[in-house]
Ligand binder design. Structure first.
Ligand SMILES: [Mg+2]
Length: 227
C-alpha cells in the first residue's frame, strides 16, 4: 500500500548537503578575499571541507592568515544568508512529479535556521513541486526542531487523517517521533552524504532503508510491496 502523504526531509534527502556547503564556503571565501585581502580563501575552505572538516573550517583558516577568531560570526552570517547555488537532480524532480501524478500528497519537513532553509527551498524551486513545506524553526526556534512533534503535528493538521511516510537521512532525529505517531519511515542512505551515520537505538531506526530516492517508485508505484 502506498501512503497518502509522502513527507521528505531536505538536506541529504532531496539534494546533497555538501553542495550547499560548497556554495556557502564559496560565498564566505570570496567575502574574506575581498574584505581582508586573503588570496584564494574560497579554495582553501573547500580543501578543508573535502579533507573532512565540517564545523571548524573558519576557525582553522583565519589564524593561517593572521586574522582573529572574532571574524567567525561574520563569515557564518555570509554563509547563512548567501543565495545558494543548488538544484534538484532530474531523478529527484521526476520522483516528486510521479508521486503527485499518482495522487499522493508530497511535503517537506526540515530543520535548520528559517532563513537558511527558506533560501534552499527557494533555490530548489520546491514550492512549485510539493504541497507543503514545514520549517520546524518557524514553530519556536530550536525547541521545535526534530525530534520535537511540532512539525509532524503541523503536517497532520494540514493533511488530516491519512497514512504518512517520512523519507529522511538522519537516524538521530528524523524517525523516532514519526514512529511514535504511527508514520511509516524510510531512511535514504545517499553515498554522497555530508555526515557519517551514527549507531542508534532501535526506536530511532527507520522501518526500512533505500539507497536511491528513485527506489520509492518501485515501492509505491510499480510493485505490490507494502511501505
Ligand atoms: Mg537531512
Amino acid at each position: 500500500m502506498r501512503p497518502d502523504v509522502a513527507v521528505f526531509d531536505l538536506d541529504d534527502t532531496l539534494y546533497p548537503e555538501l553542495a550547499y556547503a560548497r556554495s556557502g564556503l564559496r560565498a564566505a571565501g570570496d567575502y574574506l578575499s575581498a574584505k581582508w585581502k586573503v588570496p584564494g580563501a574560497a579554495e582553501q575552505m573547500l580543501s578543508l571541507l573535502e579533507a573532512g572538516c565540517r564545523h571548524t573550517i573558519f576557525d582553522e583558516l583565519l589564524p593561517r592568515h593572521g586574522l582573529p577568531a572574532t571574524l567567525v560570526p561574520e563569515l557564518v552570517e555570509v554563509y547563512r544568508s548567501h543565495v545558494p547555488a543548488i538544484s534538484l537532480d532530474d531523478s529527484t524532480r521526476r520522483v516528486l512529479a510521479l508521486l503527485k501524478e499518482a495522487g499522493m500528497s508530497v511535503a517537506v519537513l526540515t530543520d535548520g535556521p528559517s532563513q537558511v532553509q527558506q533560501n534552499k527551498v527557494d533555490a530548489l524551486g520546491l514550492d512549485a513541486l510539493v504541497d507543503a513545506v514545514i520549517l520546524t524553526d518557524a514553530g519556536g526556534g530550536r525547541a521545535t526542531w526534530k525530534p520535537s512533534p511540532w512539525g509532524y503535528e503541523a503536517l497532520e493538521q494540514r493533511f488530516g487523517s491519512a497514512s504518512y511516510v517520512y523519507v529522511a537521512d538522519n537516524v538521530e532525529k528524523d524517525f523516532v517521533t514519526a514512529r511514535i505517531r504511527g508514520w511509516h519511515t524510510i531512511e535514504l542512505r545517499r553515498t554522497d552524504r555530508m555526515y557519517t551515520r551514527r549507531a542508534v537505538g532501535p526506536e530511532y531506526e527507520a522501518e526500512r532503508w533505500i539507497g536511491d530516492i528513485a527506489d520509492l517508485l518501485d515501492l509505491w508505484l510499480l510493485g505490490a510491496r507494502s511501505t
